[in-house]
Design a protein around this ligand. Structure first.
Ligand code: ZN
Ligand code: ZN
Length: 164
């Protein structure tokens, strides 16, 4: 087996995650520091497909909550098509910003310009994770242990703030 073909479970897990959030192979290659071909190859080898999840996300909403709801039958195919396109565009853009922020953090840590800090709540240093209040400022992060990071997200969920 060639060296580049060796993928750890963690790598495979990350690849699945990136595919699920709708990143393209090129973007995944960039974030993971691999080539397009390697990503493609690994997706085939591990049977990772983006269709199901992305299709789910992009599915035209139906029912009264939908912006297409105009008494049911009048929602035209065309309207659905446009809505689906807009939805997926927004979805992709949000995720792109998020994952580029994540990539920038790991690069900065490797380069030594960003250092992991103890959890701001309990001061544990093990497994701290970077939390972004704003993805457009990728290097402005708060450090939290997994427990307090989860806790923060529970609190933030109502405000629809996401992070890596
Ligand atoms: Zn903590
Ligand atoms: Zn977070």
């Amino acid at each position: 087996m060639k060296n580049w073909e060796r993928w750890t479970d963690e790598d495979v897990r990350k690849l699945k995650e990136y595919v699920d959030v709708g990143l393209s192979n090129y973007e995944i290659a960039d974030i993971m520091g691999k080539t397009y071909g390697i990503i493609n190859n690994a997706m085939n080898r591990y049977g990772i497909k983006r269709d199901r999840m992305v299709a789910e996300r992009m599915r035209c909403p139906s029912g009264e909550d939908s912006p297409n709801w105009k008494g049911g039958k009048t929602a035209s195919r065309e309207r659905c098509r446009i809505n689906r396109r807009e939805y997926s565009k927004e979805y992709y853009e949000n995720n792109r910003e998020k994952y580029y922020a994540k990539r920038d953090v790991s690069r900065a840590i490797k380069a030594g310009s960003l250092k992991k800090q103890p959890c701001e709540v309990c001061e544990r240093l093990e497994n701290v994770e970077a939390h972004h209040d704003d993805y457009s400022k990728p290097l402005e992060v708060r450090w939290l242990c997994p427990l307090h990071h989860k806790g923060l997200h529970v609190k933030l969920r109502q405000r629809e703030v996401e992070c890596v």
